[in-house]
Design a protein around this ligand. Structure first.
Ligand code: XMP
Length: 511
């Protein structure tokens, strides 16, 4: 299979580069810059992309590459830090922006010259710059192919060696022709033909799973989230009734979620599904617990216990399905892989259930690709585009101690919020949006009556990676409608707040 190596130097857009490559229908793998030359050779890659990164090439501990990588005959494309590294390693010169010109940051006009990288792109375009260091002298054999007002070597190449480099970020949307440049590198320079398609992924994975699983039994912990649902349906397509899904309904799910999951899996797919009604059990354990960490711990442990009990009834299974996706497994160049799931509540499952091997059919896919696979498999859009939802569920969205009443209030308010965000056409532009119930009550007046009721807070963020996030700028009229509906339709709520805090300093969830 055609494959590109994305060599990770720790930049913030690295996963985006990989996603862009795959959007161009070329498979790629992200590996830390520390992998050995032998591994790179063994990977049989058709091209290598050096990513950006926060370091300065001339500092002593800066990430470097084995210089022999430039003699492999494999095309190389350096981006930002990657470009500086190419210049520096091949005896060009890089200096700090402070010493020479002004630093470049943001959208910048870009003038292109003749190059294979720029086929089909108009000479005057723009790009997204984000760098402090400058390439002030190119290595021998290289020449400039693009300039900006402050940057004479905004892009450069050595076509004989098939090495290309850009100082800007072609992977971000602020570089309007960036995707075309990436495609040109992949197709014209590397000779890729674009065989990576989600439909062939499904067919190949189903064949592989069938061969690998044989006649054995498979178990899956279904959460109702996108990843575990897609993984389950994929495995079901491969081995049918050999798969059993256990869905622990802990009563901390969103409105109608449990019933929707059951309907989909039992009715649409005829999957063996065990829905465990453990609502009372979880609530009893959580009553009067207000410490966020204690809540998480109790839910995590109880989940494992319930799952374990159900799994025992089935007897020995050979395989356990997990919905692990690519961002969970990428080991980043700087060792700070995305830790969004460090608090995942099913992490301990494999230690407690009797099985032989974990199956992770989505391990190589990004979230958007998982969604495409979901659509391929006929999973309804509402589920495929579902918000990320934390394992401990609504328990960490009711601030302080839990009651069934509080959970019901939250579920209703949240459903209204989500409905209106979708109705306003923002369902896919906001990365995550949900309501939370604050632990404050305050005085209000409704009709002629004084009320003393709860305050709902609306949280909506945009983010690339959930490590940092910005609050979403939902228009006032939309917020107004949401607030009115919540106050009118949900009893015991008399105030609605909109959270305008970014992450950091706040987190996305409330606990
Ligand atoms: P925070 O609140 O840390 O959330 O900014 C970042 C992202 O992680 C999700 N999240 C969780 N996901 N189990 C999960 O599977 C958890 O315990 C958990 N806590 C937070 C959160 O929804 C957001 O997308």
């Amino acid at each position: 299979m055609e494959s590109i190596l994305v060599l990770d130097f720790g930049g913030q857009y690295n996963q985006l580069i990989a996603r862009r490559v795959r959007e161009a229908n070329v498979y790629c793998e992200v590996k830390p810059y520390t992998i050995s030359l032998d591994e790179i050779i063994a990977g049989n890659y058709m091209g290598i992309i050096f990513t950006g990164g926060p370091a300065s090439v001339y500092t002593e501990d800066a990430p470097r590459v084995d210089t022999n990588i430039f003699s492999l005959g494999v095309p190389i494309f350096g981006i930002c830090y990657g470009a500086q590294l190419i210049a520096f390693t091949l005896d060009g010169r890089v200096s700090s922006g402070a010493e020479t010109l002004t630093r470049e940051y943001g959208k910048t006009p870009l003038t292109l010259m003749e190059s294979e990288l720029f086929i089909g792109i108009s000479r005057e375009t723009s790009c997204w710059m984000s760098h402090g260091d400058y390439i002030c002298e190119l290595p021998t054999g290289f020449y400039a192919i693009a300039t900006t007002r402050n940057c004479p070597f905004a892009a450069f190449e050595n076509p004989n060696k098939r090495i290309y480099a850009v100082q800007y970020h072609p992977e971000v949307l602020h570089t309007p022709d960036g995707m075309a440049m990436i495609r040109n590198f992949l197709y014209d320079v590397c000779g890729c033909t674009g065989t990576w398609k989600m439909s062939s992924f499904v067919d190949n994975m189903v064949t592989h799973l069938r061969e690998h699983i044989g006649a054995e039994k498979v178990l899956c912990a279904l959460s109702g989230g996108v990843d575990s649902s897609v993984a389950a349906v994929l495995v079901h397509k491969a081995v049918g009734k050999q798969l059993t899904c256990i869905f622990v309904d802990h009563g901390l799910l969103r409105k109608n979620e449990g019933d929707e999951v059951e309907k989909l899996f039992r009715n649409q797919y005829d999957i063996n599904l065990i829905r465990v009604n453990a609502k009372e059990r979880f609530l009893t354990k959580l009553v009067n617990v207000s410490d966020p960490e204690k809540k998480r711990k109790i839910i995590g442990e109880e989940f494992i216990r319930v799952f374990e009990e159900e799994a025992k009834k089935i007897g020995k299974v050979s395989f356990l399905v997990q919905g692990t996706i690519y961002p969970d497994v990428i080991e980043s160049g700087t060792g700070n892989a995305m830790i969004i799931k460090s608090h995942h509540n099913v992490g301990a499952l494999p230690d407690r259930v009797n099985f032989e091997e974990i199956v992770e059919p989505l391990r190589t896919l990004f979230k958007d690709e998982v969604r495409v696979v979901g659509v391929e498999l006929g999973i309804p859009e509402y589920l495929v585009w579902r918000q990320p939802f934390p394992g401990p569920g609504l328990a960490i969205r009711v601030v302080g101690s839990l009651t069934k009443n509080k959970l019901d209030i939250l579920r209703d308010a949240d459903a209204i919020f989500c409905e209106e965000v979708v109705a306003a056409g923002m369902g896919r532009t906001i990365s995550q949006y949900f309501a939370a119930l604050t632990n404050m009550r305050s005085v209000g007046v409704m009709g002629d009556e004084r009320t003393y009721d709860y305050a709902i807070v609306l949280r909506a963020v945009t983010t690339m990676d959930f490590m940092t996030a910005d609050w979403a700028k939902i228009p006032y009229p939309v917020l107004e409608k949401i607030s009115n509906r919540i106050i009118n339709e949900v009893r015991h709520v008399n105030r609605v707040f909109y959270d305008i805090t970014s992450k950091p300093p706040a987190t996305i969830e409330y606990e």
